[in-house]
Design a protein around this ligand. Structure first.
Ligand code: GLU
Length: 485
């Protein structure tokens, strides 16, 4: 197997989750790093739970993340079709071969009989598994079952007394005893193959060189390996990446934060922030640097630095990483991302208003240092759009002091004399006002804040004032204090 070919093979039974996104990313990066192919295959053999809607959602999430497949669903390629339900004929050929060679057999046990079997085994404290009742049916017995109207499943005949050894690129050598595995179903009674069978035929016929997936699939791997062996097919290399745990070390679930990618999209995370966070769930770079772009990761990533121990999903770290990527991002891009939240919060009416866009861009450029993700803009930008009503008693007291009107006039005067208001210039105006009227910092900063915002905390004044401009400042002062300047 020369060419490096990796795939992501989601089951379209729901949105793309963090664990799936990480698997997709690791496969993608490995393929990129080694100049190989990255394939998207849809594993939709669970007919009841699969939907086209989920398939679309998963594709959208992958595209948003920045994971592009050069082969597979929508992209085409030499090894299609790339949706499992469109490959049934191919699977049947291999099933026939397994049946003919005696590696598989038809099982007519009814669901009730299987349930009884399990109960009995449990009552004897045995591990529940198929007891092999249908392994050696005679032709007559089979015909009798068929006459009863029973629809068979097809089971793989697990060889007895064998060690199945997997050389895993992450976990090292892992050995399973075949005796611990009961004969498992490879084709269900409706004729649809199971995951463990279809995945082998697909990975083999699609010439997949490496299978990188979550540790939860490790116990499936011996079942798959036995099928490779029975059919004499070349196996891919396997790499099972550790589970993702919550901070309390239990398996990551909704309790620990959002598990589906779309929620991070909606919260205004940047794709490069999420990618950077996901790659560190299991992989570690060589040096101290932790912040990477996708392009950098395409060069740096490799499986030899993927750890065996579980990765811990740390929300604070995700926020920190995304915060760093926001600081690196272009203001126009951030502005585009911010606009919908501001419309949603009703600070803006129209997304296409050029003046509003320019105002938002100024706001974004000053408050991005306080943002971990873009949806926070709704809350953080509130006072840039409107003052709150002056209601707090303490604030009213402060603003009612005798020197306040003179101080505000002096301050606004200082602002209006300047050619351009920048944070530095605003700081200078505060100083000039203090000096001219012989006032202390606290006699100037808090009253200005209250006069402009109605409240005693919020954004830095030297960030707010350049965005508002002198006219709006005068209006706000009048609205809050009735002092006309
Ligand atoms: N369809 C499987 C899943 O979504 C794929 C597992 C694999 O990569 O083999 O978990």
């Amino acid at each position: 197997m020369d060419r490096v070919r990796l795939r992501f093979a989601p089951s379209p039974t729901g949105p793309l989750h963090i664990g799936g996104a990480r698997s997709a990313l690791f496969n993608y990066l490995y393929a990129k790093k080694h100049g190989g192919d990255f394939i998207l295959r849809i594993e939709d053999t669970d007919l009841e739970r699969s939907s086209r809607e989920s398939e679309e959602n998963i594709k959208d999430a992958l595209k948003w993340i920045g994971i592009h497949w050069n082969e597979g669903i929508d992209a085409g390629g030499d090894y299609g079709p790339y949706r499992q339900t469109e490959r049934l004929e191919l699977y049947n050929r291999y099933v026939d071969e397994l049946l003919e060679k005696g590696f598989a057999y038809k099982c007519y046990c009814s669901p009730q009989e299987l349930a009884d079997m399990r109960e009995e085994q449990k009552s004897r404290s045995e591990m529940p598994r198929y007891d092999g009742s249908c392994r050696t049916l005679t032709k007559e017995q089979e015909e009798a079952f068929v006459a009863e109207g029973r629809k068979p499943v097809i089971r793989f005949r697990v060889p007895e007394g064998q060690d199945i050894v997997i050389d895993d690129l992450v976990r090292g050598t892992v050995t399973f005893e075949s005796d611990g595995i009961g004969d498992y179903v490879i084709v269900k009674s409706d004729g649809i193959p199971t995951y463990n069978f279809a995945v082998v035929i697909d990975d083999s016929t699609m010439k997949i060189s490496h299978v990188v997936r979550g540790e939860e699939h490790l116990s499936n791997t011996p079942r798959q390996v036995m099928i490779y062996q029975a059919l004499g097919l070349e196996q891919p290399k396997f790499a099972h990446v550790s589970l993702i745990l919550g901070k309390d070390r239990s398996k990551m679930s909704k309790r620990h934060g959002s598990t589906s990618v779309v929620n991070y999209v909606n919260a205004g995370f940047l794709p490069e922030g999420l990618v950077n966070f996901l790659v560190l769930l299991g992989w570690s770079p060589e040096g101290e640097e932790e912040l990477f772009s996708m392009e950098e990761l395409e060069q740096l990533f490799d499986l030899d630095r993927v750890a065996k121990n579980p990765a811990v999903f740390d929300n604070d770290k995700l926020n920190w990483i995304n915060h760093q990527h926001i600081q690196r991002a272009d203001d126009d891009r951030l502005t585009e991302l911010a606009m919908p939240y501001l419309v949603q919060n009703r600070y803006l009416e129209d997304m296409d208003d050029e003046a509003a866009y320019q105002k938002v861009k100024r706001i974004v450029s000053v408050i991005k240092t306080g943002l971990d993700h873009m949806s926070q803009i709704g809350e953080k930008a509130e006072l840039f759009f409107a003052s709150k009503p002056l209601e707090d008693e303490k604030a009213k007291e402060i603003i009612a002091q005798d020197f306040i009107p003179g101080m505000l006039k002096q301050f606004v005067q200082a602002l209006s004399e300047k050619e351009e208001l920048t944070p530095e210039v605003v700081k200078k105006c505060f100083k000039e006002t203090m000096k001219a009227l012989d006032l202390k910092g606290k006699q100037v900063f808090m009253p200005v804040r209250i006069a402009l915002t109605g409240v005693m905390s919020g954004p830095e004044m030297h960030e707010l004032i350049p965005v508002l401009g002198v006219e709006e400042i005068k209006e706000r002062i009048f609205a809050n204090t009735e002092i006309r300047i």
